[in-house]
Design a protein around this ligand. Structure first.
Ligand code: ARG
Length: 455
């Protein structure tokens, strides 16, 4: 059988025909996710050199930076336009409440900060590209990490018709030094440090610190060095005292709505907790992480609000959900964390998990007092839907019928491990041994015993 050569029409829209290998030659408009850092600044100059008309999009995801100054910088470097877009309202409406309510983490200790924001940065780029009537979408993520995947998954979900360009995958600039040299050669003498110790990513949720000595798990964490590097970033201002008093968080269907009885919009609530607990040692998660690309690395995440709220909502879930539903809740948080981490925000699976999550979260309303010292723990949980019953749990006298437990144990034993014990197990249950003599050699014996006991 002769094989027909694949033609362009055979290719789905996400095939590399649409990527950097085949740059859109006619339409030289591009929309860049500009952060103001060295990588995306170099990209502006690099694109300009290749004849692109660059539209820079600075997306406000809650980073504590002068975005107006960065916007001006993009223009100075050669962008045809630069806009600041606010993605915070959308993040606070959609992904952030769910990530809190489902206690969502990746690999149990990464609280997802960077992953939460990327799809919303990409969405703003796509919006601007559509306004321009089409453009190449450009991001500054390297070919090693998760961010490239998050950007490009979002582009493909939202605008598969637009070409994608990731300069890190095609240029020959190997690192910071080369990028700074390239900028100098092109007349840009901005003050970028050649040996910047860490790579930061900041948003309303967290500050991530990666790179340098941090990424190697065999290197002990140099706390002093990290502290001085994060000084004045995120909510970590000059060294001071962290909040130590308990805080009461009110939840409505899993979402925090008030602190110490004062109703607050979610953005303010996150900001306040991040500010108050910024020096708490427990607010730092040092995480050895399996990236989606398979690469292992270690990073530090400073996320006081997320950690405190996760502690609180978990206590609420433990109080209000029965055992099986709580197990499902934990699984939902885990799955949601995986989806967000892998950049699959715009997916059916995310919608399915959120729908299931909402059904569970209906029960999670109430107030949780979290004591922050020495590590956050829920010292009090008050909820209308609490399943706790004092008469059941108490060690004191109550109207609980202890004898009921005999039948429960027998039937549970039958369904989970019921069998004739013909041989003593590993000799541990010797005949005549006081522990062995109670073992049911006959599965009907317990019923006889219950009957003879008058039950
Ligand atoms: N490793 C984390 C993640 O994949 C943080 C990434 C931070 N990105 C950055 N460009 N500094 O979500």
């Amino acid at each position: 059988m002769t094989r027909r050569r694949a033609t362009r029409a055979d290719k789905p829209p996400w095939h590399p025909f649409k990527t950097e290998r085949n740059m859109n030659r006619k339409n030289k408009k591009c929309v860049l996710a500009y952060s103001g850092g060295l990588d995306t600044s170099t990209i502006v100059v690099w694109l300009r050199e290749r004849g692109y008309e660059i539209h820079a999009v600075l997306v406000d995801v809650g980073q504590d930076e002068d975005l107006e100054a960065l916007r001006a910088k993009a223009i100075r470097l050669g962008a045809a336009s630069a806009v600041v877009c606010d993605a915070k309202p959308e993040m606070l409406r959609s992904v952030a409440p769910m990530a809190i309510a489902l206690n969502a983490t990746y690999e149990s200790n990464y609280r997802l900060g960077t992953a939460l924001a990327r799809p919303f940065i990409a969405a703003q780029q796509v919006r601007v590209a559509k306004q321009l009537g089409g453009a190449t979408l450009v991001h500054g993520a390297t070919g090693k990490g998760n961010d490239q995947i998050r950007f490009e998954f979002a582009y493909r979900s939202l605008a598969p018709e637009f070409p994608v360009l990731a300069p890190w995958k095609v240029w020959d600039l190997a690192g910071r030094e080369e990028m700074i040299g390239y900028l100098r050669d092109h007349g840009v003498h901005d003050d970028f440090e050649v040996t910047k110790t860490y790579s930061f990513d900041e948003n309303l949720w967290h500050l991530s610190v990666e790179g340098g000595a941090l990424e190697d798990p065999s290197a002990a964490l140099d706390v002093e060095k990290v502290l001085s590097a994060v000084a004045n970033r995120f909510c970590v201002g000059p060294v001071g005292c962290s909040g130590v008093s308990p805080v009461e968080v009110t939840f409505c269907e899993g979402v925090p709505v008030a602190l110490d009885g004062v109703p607050l919009p979610l953005g303010d609530l996150l900001k306040m907790l991040n500010q108050d607990f910024r020096f708490a040692p427990w607010a730092w998660d040092l995480v050895i992480e399996n990236r989606f690309t398979g690469i292992k690395s270690r990073g530090l995440y400073i996320n006081p609000a997320a950690k405190l709220l996760h502690t609180a909502v978990d206590a609420l879930a433990r109080t209000c959900l029965n055992k099986r539903t709580y197990d499902e809740y934990v699984q939902l948080g885990r799955t949601y964390g995986e989806i967000i981490y892998r950049g699959e925000y715009f997916s059916d699976q995310r919608e399915v998990i959120e729908a299931a999550g909402r059904a569970v979260l209906k029960r999670l309303s109430g107030a949780v007092t979290v004591s922050p010292f020495p590590v956050p723990y829920a010292s009090r949980v008050c909820a209308d839907a609490a399943i706790f019953r004092k008469s059941l749990a108490t060690f004191e006298a109550s109207d609980y019928a202890h004898a009921d437990a005999a039948g429960f144990i027998h039937l549970s034993w039958l369904s989970s491990c019921g069998r004739h014990v013909e041989e003593p197990i590993d000799g541990a249950l010797e005949a005549g041994d006081s522990t062995g003599s109670d073992v049911c050699a006959d599965q009907h014996e317990p019923e006889r015993r219950l009957v003879s006991a008058g039950v």
